[in-house]
Design a protein around this ligand. Structure first.
Ligand SMILES: N[C@@H](CCC(=O)N[C@@H](CS)C(=O)NCC(=O)O)C(=O)O
Length: 222
């Protein structure tokens, strides 16, 4: 299959994983060239990423007609529309529910990423900010736990994609937080999602061989 699109990619990024799950769901994966990039907010951005995303973030997608799309939300919706898979449902109530779950999961993921960066700061993390993030992640998980039955009943869509990516990131970068001991409904939902082919086939992979949980050890508990 000819590769007509290019994705700035990493097997460790939760936002890239959303796109990869959608590529599996839409059957478009064969058409995409994956370009491995290592990006971090505290490191110089690779020139090829900056050229396609002025914000220096991944995922970024170059489409078959040369458009440069940024942000997992835009890219996932583009692919879904392209393939007509309905991961962003047309029915208004369901659509807004999925978008809201996506916003919650993505927002939690943003906090987890920047929190980990803050922990790597040589002069030490900003305590008040870190304390606020702990409260927000706890509240986000509590909301997801409360909504897990409704999320579980909804037809598979972008809310599930974002949720799987966020919880996968928590398992990968915050392995000692034991969230499953505190959120039983979410645990059951995550296990069901993890069995879906698109989610199983995009499991996080640490191709850099680092100790992914070392920085965050002891910093997140529920
Ligand atoms: N809202 C963006 C977030 C993307 C994002 O933060 N990606 C991280 C990697 S997981 C990144 O590129 N970080 C580098 C940076 O912020 O400079 C999305 O949904 O795509």
């Amino acid at each position: 299959m000819e590769k007509t699109m290019k994705l700035h990619w990493s097997p460790r990024s939760p936002f890239v994983r959303k796109v990869m799950i959608v590529l599996h769901e839409t059957g478009l994966l064969d058409q995409v060239e994956l370009s491995r990039n290592v990006v971090a907010v505290q490191m110089p951005t690779p020139a090829e990423v900056l050229a396609d995303n002025p914000l220096g973030k991944i995922p970024a997608l170059v489409t078959e007609d040369g458009r440069r799309l940024i942000d997992s939300r835009v890219i996932c919706e583009y692919l879904d529309l392209h393939a007509g898979t309905g991961l962003f449902p047309a029915e208004q109530r369901l659509r807004v529910a999925h978008l809201n779950w996506q916003a919650l999961a993505d927002g939690m993921c943003d906090v987890l990423l920047i929190w980990r960066t803050e922990l790597s700061r040589e002069t030490g993390p900003w305590q008040a900010v870190v304390d606020g993030w702990r409260v927000k992640v706890g509240a986000a998980m509590a909301r997801l736990e409360a909504e897990a039955p409704e999320i579980g009943k909804a037809p598979f869509g972008i809310g599930h994609v974002a949720l799987a990516a966020a919880l996968g990131q928590m398992d990968f970068r915050w392995p000692d937080c034991s969230w499953r001991d505190h959120f039983p409904q979410l645990t059951a939902l995550e296990a069901r999602l993890a069995a879906r082919a698109s989610i199983a086939e995009t499991a996080v992979e640490d191709d850099q061989g680092s100790d992914s949980g070392a920085l965050t050890k002891g910093h997140l508990a529920f």
